[in-house]
Design a protein around this ligand. Structure first.
Ligand SMILES: Cc1cc2nc3c(=O)[nH]c(=O)nc-3n(C[C@H](O)[C@H](O)[C@H](O)COP(=O)(O)OP(=O)(O)OC[C@H]3O[C@@H](n4cnc5c(N)ncnc54)[C@H](O)[C@@H]3O)c2cc1C
Length: 474
């Protein structure tokens, strides 16, 4: 079997160990926020036009846009812990236009509407940018685009084939290294319009601020325990430990956490993704890699790294490992995985050997809501009074705003371009229950790793899973 560049060129382990030594187990982005007073915990009874469950991007965009559609609506957000503590506060900050986890995935699954989905995705990103400016959201928004880099010859051929020539720039090895300097790069493709970089936690906190500015009520440390609606019409009781809200409409924005609608519990599996953040680079260190145009970056294997610069010139370096725990369990102790951090740090110094001596200040993990079609799906319940969106599979920073609009369309009973999409009307294949889920995910991971050692060639298992639409990805 062929080796990957990360096996052919390994840094001295002492460099890796020293770089990780002293790092904090905490998402940098959350650590970077100013201290704040928590929103109150919910208790008692009240009524609302819309209750949003979940205070990540999906919930915040739903609440904000509900008020933009109807400024008089009484909108309440109930969040189990705190705003953005989960994926929305610990992601890579790649705000992508794609609604389908990349054009290739969208074209494979929704061939008849991929052009429409691409247009809607760009419009969504343009509208996010407009909102950032209109509401002065202070979230380090930079529309730099994204650079996909090839580390192996077969990846270079794939990038050449993908080049559409209009909004993209192709770099051969020399041009690529002049753009961002790594001895591992064989070429790259820069998509200039489809990605903006953001500070993920600031984006969420600024959305929360914008919500409260227009009168949304936010409650933290408030777990929703169930939905109660005996009648075929009338309000749905959104139950919490210390009370309930009688809601005309309910939007469920609970992402990877167990769905309050039991029938969707097998439609996502939680997959852990690991991330490192360096200290701020000095001017000399930054000059040694170039990267003047500050694009978001990713290499293009089946198992890939994503990386980017922060506003204060740290490098965020994440991805590669995707870890699923038996039973789909989500536990704080899974977040510290020395093997994954060590591997990430090794790959970092293989990519940028000139940064030897740089320290990682933060290490963390987050849970990705993987759906078997790698992009969001939409459910409805209680005669249209409850709407649900989940399954972004690691690409929800931008797509969550689109999903919020779909939920609001559904809750209003509107017939729109969005609600008529096959992507919105169709559902992914659910994952099988245990022990099959665990066995299937492990076999898929093994096969993806093997494909990276075989010039990207997908074996029978992966081709079968592709064919039945039951995939696994982060
Ligand atoms: C490490 C990592 C890196 C990523 N990188 C990127 C990236 O670069 N670009 C990109 O596009 N996407 C990325 N993603 C994915 C992206 O972060 C998510 O798709 C997005 O944040 C989903 O937002 P959300 O609001 O749906 O979910 P979340 O942010 O997970 O929020 C869901 C909220 O619901 C709350 N909740 C759940 N159940 C209940 C309940 N019963 N009662 C009350 N509240 C409840 C939770 O407490 C949580 O706060 C990444 C994800 C991870 C983990």
């Amino acid at each position: 079997m062929a080796t990957t560049v990360f096996e052919r060129s390994r840094p001295d382990q002492r460099i890796v160990t020293a770089a990780l030594d002293g790092s904090r187990l905490k998402p940098f982005w959350l650590d970077d926020l100013p201290p704040r007073t928590a929103f109150p915990r919910y208790s008692g009874t009240r009524s609302a036009d819309l209750v949003v469950v979940g205070g990540g991007y999906t919930g915040l965009w739903t609440a904000l846009q509900a008020k933009q559609r109807d400024s008089g609506a009484r909108v309440v957000i109930l969040e189990a812990k705190s705003i953005a503590w989960a994926a929305s506060g610990r992601n890579g900050g790649f705000c992508e236009a794609s609604l389908t986890h990349g054009e290739l995935n969208g074209a494979n699954r929704f061939p008849r509407e991929i052009e429409q989905l691409t247009r809607l995705g760009i419009e969504n990103l343009d509208e996010i940018e407009a909102t950032v400016h209109e509401l002065s959201l202070d979230c380090d928004f930079e529309r730099t685009g994204a650079l996909a880099v090839a580390l192996e010859e077969y990846q270079l051929e794939e990038l050449r084939a993908a080049h559409n020539g209009t909004t993209e720039i192709f770099f051969d090895a020399e041009a690529m290294r002049a753009e961002v300097n790594s001895p591992t790069y064989l070429g790259g493709l820069w998509s200039r319009r489809e990605t903006a970089m953001v500070h993920p936690a600031k984006l969420a906190m600024e959305l929360a601020r914008a919500c409260t500015d227009v009168g949304v009520e936010i409650f933290e440390n408030t777990v929703v325990t169930g939905l109660d609606s005996e009648l075929r019409s009338g309000p749905v009781s959104v139950m919490t430990k210390d009370g309930f809200v009688a809601a005309d409409r309910v939007a469920l924005a609970t992402n990877v956490f167990p769905s309050l609608l039991k029938r969707f519990r097998l439609h996502t599996v939680p997959v852990y993704d690991y991330v490192l953040m360096t200290e701020p680079l000095s001017d000399a260190q930054l000059a040694s890699i170039g990267w003047h145009r500050r694009q978001g970056m990713a290499d293009t294997g089946n198992q890939f790294h994503y990386y980017r610069l922060s506003a204060d010139n740290r490098i965020l370096w994440g991805g590669y490992d995707a870890i699923y725990h038996y039973g789909g369990r989500i536990r704080a102790e899974y977040e510290d995985r020395p093997d994954s951090f060590d591997k990430l740090a090794r790959h970092f110094f293989t990519t940028f050997p000139q940064l030897e001596g740089v320290k990682f200040t933060h290490r963390w993990a987050g849970v990705i809501d993987t759906s078997s079609r790698f992009c969001a799906f939409f459910g409805r319940a209680r005669q249209g009074r409850v709407s649900y969106a989940a399954g972004f599979t690691g690409l929800g920073v931008g797509a969550s705003r689109f999903a919020a609009n779909v939920m609001l369309d559904h809750l209003a009973g509107l017939d729109t371009e969005r609600t008529n999409l096959q992507m919105v009307k169709s559902m992914p294949v659910p994952f099988p229950p245990e022990p099959a889920a665990y066995a299937g995910v492990q076999a898929s991971r093994w096969a993806l790793n093997r494909a990276d050692h075989s010039e990207g060639r997908r074996n029978l298992l992966l081709r079968t899973l592709d064919a039945v639409g039951l995939g696994f990805d982060s």
